[in-house]
Design a protein around this ligand. Sequence first.
Ligand SMILES: Nc1ncnc2c1ncn2[C@@H]1O[C@H](COP(=O)(O)OP(=O)(O)OP(=O)(O)O)[C@@H](O)[C@H]1O
Length: 274
Amino acid sequence: MIAPTQTAAADVLADANNAALIDCRINNLYYGNFRAVRDSHIPIDRGSITAFIGPSGCGKSSALRCLNRMNDLVRGFRFDGHVHFRGADIYHPRVDPVAVRRYIGMVFQQPNPFAMSIFNNVAFGLRLNRFRGNVAAKVEEALRGAALWDEVKDKLKASGLSLSGGQQQRLCIARAIATEPEVMLMDEPCSALDPIATRRIEELMEELKQKYTIAIVTHNLQQAKRVADKTAFMYVDTSDGGRTGYLVEFGDTQQIFEDPQQDDTKRYISGEFS
Ligand SMILES: Nc1ncnc2c1ncn2[C@@H]1O[C@H](COP(=O)(O)OP(=O)(O)OP(=O)(O)O)[C@@H](O)[C@H]1O
């Protein structure tokens, strides 16, 4: 369990007033001496899909990876700011990053099923978490949740690697939801998929949203427009000779696309730069 801190106690109260499920404030994010992101405050609302958009290198993935401490695994990573999940500071020294990732799961750009059976791919996390209930029932539930059950129910012993790219990505989603996280982070989950498999994942996201909060990094503006409730637009500041990403504008997706308030957002949305 993520231990709430004293500072977090006030935020728990704020949460009761419909504050964001995750409140992420990145003042500075460094890899070694390189400042990759600055001044970005991104709240993630419960039960919503939030898209991170912006040109390559603006720090979308870096910001996303802060939300479940995935950057901790990167050498030279330093972060000044906070990420509060349900009011608790996930970077508090007493908080175990592995526990954070149990609440806030992740699906990556390249489908990465383990070299084991479809069944065991999904059961893996359950066993890791010493799940004591009915594993087979839970695996089925997760595969149904990821809209994959009908396609694999007769070949659960086949290797996860034998599936198509789109099926593999849904298998990874099943693996992520089997342990019942509250939040799913998706880092360009469709970039390796064809348009039909992409559409399938987008439809799945709509279904998953009933149960999970989702944050997604996407290069595909149409995808953000189709699936996201909220959109964060990030850009790169080169004024001081560096390349530091920052949040330009955050709001309802419809507002960001139809009535952007910042010139850079307008230019990006209209395709003036990519
Ligand atoms: N592990 C790392 N070590 C050093 N620098 C990194 C690392 N990961 C990212 N960066 C740098 O941080 C900056 C932001 O990268 P990030 O991947 O977060 O951007 P992005 O907007 O997601 O980019 P893209 O859309 O191309 O994936 C880039 O300049 C990148 O080179």
